[in-house]
Design a protein around this ligand. Structure first.
Ligand code: PLP
Length: 376
């Protein structure tokens, strides 16, 4: 029997992650924040692209400070990178301080309860285990409130404890002219004045790219590392990282007036050639990418040319209009570019009313995943 599995694609698509592009993006971001440490946010499994692969590549490029969301991601990252500095953005999970300290994970302490528990653990063990303090300057997500500042200072004075870093997070960094950026920056600077010796960090990708004033001692880019657009309405200068190519299962001809797909939502306006691609919402290709007769859905590329989606996305397939490719159109087995040089994660996000972050973190479908530029 012939072994076709080694050469042929037997899954629903080929996902290629260009780690070299991620490394180039990190270096580019590092360059626009000179004199500032450039960290790397690799939460949610490295924005869906693979925590270990991404983080090892970034460490090789020079990144030393990493951010994950929860301690489980922290432990995975610690196993991959024995020397990295790892912050856990979600903070301290209750009664797990020992796990953090053994794995040298630094919680981002977001609340009085977290700070109390961490300080009690440090006092009990006679050791100032490192952490970061997070102040909420206007997002109402995680972090101490401004009114907690004097309580926090008292706790530090009482115990003689010095955190590694103080930080905050911008709500509207993707809109650099938004008034909220100025008020958050001002609040953050007023907090910094209470902790003058402690390094500070405010900027995510957008904050970093939006204004030097946000840089301080450490910047925390995530999405920009992965080629996503950080600032809305601006040209995205970063390299694209993900290619998703999906085979065509069938090509068919249909007549004007016939409908395509579930719900008969799309009625052909001309005699058409339709190609059926082998992924659907079951692979994280959102149903919101669907089109209807009066609504244009997402577009993908075939042979380098953008083509529209026809009708609703199914669980395992979607239809595209390849009429305009003429007699040289695709045949079954040829690939549709769902993400790549012609279709960015933000193109897909814009078409279906979400953000590139969500497109990326849903690429967990039935893909064969290949890395370009792996470390080791
Ligand atoms: C996710 C996150 C980041 C990275 O944000 P991007 O917009 O992806 O650059 C930075 N800081 C915090 C606190 C975050 O939660």
């Amino acid at each position: 029997m012939t072994d076709i599995s080694a050469s042929s694609l037997l899954s629903s698509g080929q996902l290629t992650v260009d780690l070299n592009a991620i490394a180039r993006n990190w270096a580019a971001l590092d360059k626009i924040s000179p004199g500032t440490l450039t960290g790397a946010v690799v939460k949610a499994d490295g924005y869906g692209l693979g925590l270990e692969e991404v983080a090892k590549k970034l460490a090789k490029e020079g990144a030393q400070f990493f951010f994950v969301a929860n301690p489980e991601e922290g432990l995975r990252l610690r196993a991959a990178l024995p020397a990295a500095h790892i912050f856990v953005l979600g903070g301290l999970w209750p009664r797990t301080a020992e796990i953090y300290t053994q794995a040298r994970l630094m919680p981002v302490l977001n609340s009085m309860a977290m700070l109390e528990e961490w300080l009690a653990y440090c006092v009990e063990h006679g050791e100032a285990y490192p952490s970061s303090l997070h102040f909420d300057t206007g997002m109402n997500r995680l972090g101490f409130r401004l009114s907690d500042v004097s309580w926090v200072r008292q706790q530090l004075e009482r115990t003689g404890y010095q955190p590694q870093m103080i930080m905050s997070h911008l709500a509207c960094g993707d809109q650099p002219t938004h008034e909220k950026n100025r008020t958050q920056l001002a609040f953050f600077q007023s907090i910094m004045a209470h902790f003058p010796e402690i390094p500070a960090s405010l900027a995510n990708s957008a904050g970093l790219m939006g204004s030097k004033q946000n840089h301080f001692q450490l910047v925390r880019p995530g999405i920009a590392l992965f080629g996503g657009r950080a600032i809305s309405g601006r040209n995205n200068p970063l390299a694209h990282v993900v290619n998703l190519d999906v085979p065509i299962l069938q090509v068919r001809d249909a007549k004007t007036g016939e409908s395509v797909g579930y719900g008969a939502d799309y009625t052909l306006q001309r005699d058409s050639r339709i190609a059926i691609a082998a992924i659907g919402y079951g692979d994280g290709f959102f149903r919101a990418n669907s089109s209807a007769t009066n609504h244009m859905g997402a577009r993908v590329a075939v042979k380098g040319k953008l083509v529209p989606i026809l009708g609703r996305i199914s669980m395992d397939t979607f239809a595209i209009d390849v009429t305009d490719l003429g007699p040289n159109g695709p045949v079954p087995g040829e690939m549709v570019e769902v993400l790549g040089p012609n279709v960015s994660i933000d193109d897909i996000a814009d078409a279906c009313g979400t953000i590139g972050y969500e497109v990326l973190t849903n690429l967990r479908g039935r893909y064969r995943r290949t890395y370009v530029g792996s470390v080791e």
